[in-house]
Design a protein around this ligand. Sequence first.
Ligand SMILES: *Cc1c(COP(=O)(O)O)cnc(C)c1O
Length: 377
Amino acid sequence: MKVPYIVTPGPTEVRENVRLARAKRTTNPDLDLQFYDFYKETCEKIGEFLKTKNQVRILSGEGILGLEAACASLTEKGDKVLVIENGIFGEGFADFVSMYGGDVTILSFPREKKIDIDKLENYLKENNDFKYATVVHCDTPSGILNDIDKICPMLNKYGILTVVDSVAAMGGEDIRVDDWKIDIAIGATQKCVSAPPGLTFLSISDKAFTSMKKRKTPISSFYCNLLVWQDYYEKKWFPYTPPISDIIGLRTAMDNIKEDNKILERHKKIAEATRKAIVLGGLELYTKGGYSNTVTVFKVPKEINEKQIRKYMLDKYNILIAGSFGYLEGKVIRIGHMGENAVIHKIAYTLFAIQKSFEKHGFTFKNDMVKIFLSEF
Ligand SMILES: *Cc1c(COP(=O)(O)O)cnc(C)c1O
C-alpha cells in the first residue's frame, strides 16, 4: 500500500512517536494491575485536555461508539430528547436516540450558519422538559462550528443534560467541559488527537452517571453501556479486554498535545490563512461564518467534477483530500487541517495541488493560493 499524504478531516497523519508507542511490548491489561493505573492516568490526561474534573472513559471503538454509548446509556423508552442540529452528524443523533426508544424532537437550523443562540433561547423558554439534548461542536461534513460555550450553559439552566460531539473540534478548538457545563463530551483518536482510528473517549459528569443509575429499566446494550465502566478502577475489572496498544498510542498522542502549548493558535492561524487563500483564489467557502479551525470546506464550481479532481490530486500529487457526503455529496471539497496536519508545509502543498488540479480541469484562479497562504506567516 502506497500511503498518500492524508489531508482529510480525519483520520489525520499520525506522528512517528505515536506509531512507535503502539508497537511496544504489552502486558495482559485485565490481569496486570499496572495497566489500571496506566488507563486511569490516561483518562486523567484527557480530562485535563478537556478542562474537566469529570470522569473520563476510553472505549474501544471509534467516534461513533461514543455517540451511541452516550445515547444508549441516557435514553429510556419514552424519554424526551432534544436533538439540536445544523448538519449531518447533528441530525444523526436522532437515529441513536430513537434506536433506544427515546422520544426525539429535532430542532433544525439552517446548515450554512452556526446555530442561532437567540432562536434556541426562545425555543427553550417554551419547550424545556427534555431529559437531555445533543449538539455537535464542529459538524465536519460542512465544517460549521457551533457555540457550545453558549448552548450548553443555556440547556443546563433548564435542567437539560448536555451531550456534545466534539470529535472533530477538540484539540483544534477550545473546549472547557466544566465551565461550559457539558455532561457528556465525546472525542475520538482520529481527528485532532492524531492517533489512528479505533478509540473514543467520553467525559461523564456525576449528574449524567446519576441519571443512568436512576433508570427504571436497564441499559439495553453492553458495549454501549457507560455505567458498567463506572467503578472499573475500584473493582479492578474492565468490562472487556482493553485494546492496550491503541491506548498506549493515545497516551503518547495526548502527551504530544500537552507539549504543544500553542496548538489552538496554530490551528487558528492555519485555518485563517487557508480560508483567505481559497477566497482570494476565487473559490467560495461553504458556510457563512462559523468556520471551524479544523477543516475548510469550499464549494466545487459547477463545471468541475470533484471526484475527478480528487483522483487527479491523488494520482499526480499523492495527496488525499475529502469530498463530502449526504446533501453535500459532489458539492464541496474539504481540507482537513487538524492535529498533525495543521502545519504550514502540508497545507501549502495541499493548496498547490488543489490549484494545479483545478487549473488542469479548466478553472481559472484569481490569485495564487500558495502565495496568499504563505504571506500570512
Ligand atoms: C469523524 C467524526 C465522528 C466519528 O465518525 P466516523 O465517521 O466514523 O469517523 C463523529 N462525529 C463527528 C463530528 C466527526 O467528524
